[in-house]
Every structure is written in structure tokens, then in C-alpha cells.
Design a protein around this ligand. Structure first.
Ligand SMILES: C[S@@+](CC[C@H](N)C(=O)[O-])C[C@H]1O[C@@H](n2cnc3c(N)ncnc32)[C@H](O)[C@@H]1O
Length: 216
């Protein structure tokens, strides 16, 4: 009996010590349990997958790498790697600032590397580990054939992601979460493309006609 009480007290102490972290874990778990139709634990839904299939098929006509903005654990990275031609380069960007399980940045990174081991070693896939802004500033490669945007869903950042892709003259610009939960995404896509985009689930796809902007 004494041992049981001691264990219960130690358990309660541990809960109290980690209360802030646990509150975040509970909140995000409740959110994803209660909203299974909007996202699969931060990733795309099965309906959304059709959008990625359609985007990669459209991008196949153009040269250049596929750029994914927002790797998380590599679920869509693996889907893109499966859909693309083996020789096509795939670059995925993440700074590990968010994940739905409240993992530390180091654990998030380690899990992503383990999940993506095969792609990274065998599928012409690489990770850019930094912010989108760092990537956009440093990127000197060929014009991508496609950019898939699924990182920061605020209006400002969604707009910046789309603007970079347009300035680069990327022919297929696509992204996740065109849905009421993410008004910033809706506003940025509407402002940039009017009605000229398709929707598959919450994945939007725009064929960009803007030519590459000359460097200043
Ligand atoms: C919604 S998740 C991506 C989901 C992933 N595309 C999938 O469906 O499997 C968003 C990811 O974007 C990353 N992220 C958010 N803002 C970022 C930024 N400014 N720069 C780089 N990565 C960012 C987060 O760390 C997170 O892993």
C-alpha cells in the first residue's frame, strides 16, 4: 500500500513538473482527434493525395527539381519521391519549428532523417534544414518544375512562398490547406491566382504563366 502511494505521488509530481509540455500535447492531440477530415496529424489527407498526384503529373512536362516547402516527418516527401521520375531532383525544406507531437527540434529532425533514409540515399532527394527565407535567399539552382507549399500557413508567409515561386517562374505552384481553418492560405492563393487554380481536397494547384523575374 505504502509503495503504491509513493508511486502515485511520484507520478503526480512528474505530471506537475511537465505540466506545460503536457498541456500542449493534450491540446494538439485533441485538435487532431477532433478534426480528422482536415489533416492527418499535420499531414495531408487521402483526398489531398490526389492533388499531389495531379501536380507531379503536370510538372513532369517541365525540367527542374521539385521543391517541397514543409517536410514535417517526410510523409509528402515520400509521396513526391514515389511519384516523380527517379532522376528528378527533390528538395524538401524544414527548420523543424513545429510538429503535432510536441517533439523537441532535435527529435523531430532525427525522426525525419530516419523516415526519409531511403529517399535521401536512393531517390535523388535532399533536405534543406533552415527557414524558407534562408532557402529563398540562397537557392541558385535551376528553376524548379514545381513547388509544393505546406509550411507556415499565415497569410504573410503563404504569400511570400507563392511570390518566390512566381518570381522564379516555377510553372506548377501548388500547396496544402486551402480550407477555412487556414484563412491566410485562402487569402494568399486568391490574391495571387484569382480563380485560376484547381482544388483537390484542400490541395490547390496553379499553372503559373509569370516568367522568371530578372535578378536586380
Ligand atoms: C504542416 S507541416 C508539413 C506537412 C508535410 N508536408 C506532410 O504533409 O507530411 C509544416 C512543416 O513546416 C515547417 N515550417 C513551418 N514554418 C517554416 C519555415 N518558416 N521555414 C521552414 N520550415 C517551416 C514545420 O517545421 C513543419 O514541419
Amino acid at each position: 500500500m505504502r509503495r503504491k502511494i509513493k508511486r502515485a505521488v511520484s507520478h503526480l509530481r512528474s505530471l506537475w513538473r511537465h505540466r506545460r509540455h503536457l498541456k500542449n500535447v493534450v491540446n494538439t492531440h485533441l485538435y487532431f482527434i477532433e478534426n480528422p477530415n482536415t489533416s492527418l496529424w499535420g499531414g495531408i489527407t487521402t483526398a489531398d493525395e490526389e492533388g499531389l498526384r495531379a501536380s507531379v503529373a503536370l510538372a513532369a512536362k517541365y525540367p527542374g527539381p521539385i521543391v517541397e516547402v514543409g517536410t514535417l516527418f517526410g510523409w509528402t516527401t515520400q509521396l513526391l519521391a514515389t511519384l516523380k521520375a527517379p532522376e528528378r531532383e527533390l528538395i524538401s525544406i524544414d527548420n523543424y519549428c513545429w510538429n503535432p507531437f510536441c517533439l523537441s527540434q532535435a527529435d523531430h529532425r532525427a525522426i525525419t532523417h530516419r523516415s526519409l533514409r531511403y529517399c535521401l540515399e536512393r531517390c535523388n532527394t535532399s533536405l534543406f534544414e533552415g527557414t524558407t527565407h534562408e532557402f529563398y535567399r540562397r537557392y541558385r539552382g535551376a528553376t524548379p518544375s514545381m513547388v509544393f507549399i505546406d509550411a507556415d500557413h499565415s497569410y504573410r508567409e503563404s504569400n511570400a512562398d507563392i511570390q518566390w515561386a512566381r518570381d522564379m517562374g516555377v510553372p506548377i505552384i501548388t500547396g496544402h490547406d486551402y480550407q477555412a481553418l487556414h484563412p491566410g492560405v485562402i487569402q494568399a492563393v486568391n490574391e495571387q491566382f484569382g480563380k485560376a487554380f484547381e482544388l483537390h481536397g484542400s490541395v490547390w494547384i496553379a499553372e503559373n504563366k509569370t516568367p522568371k523575374r530578372a535578378a536586380a
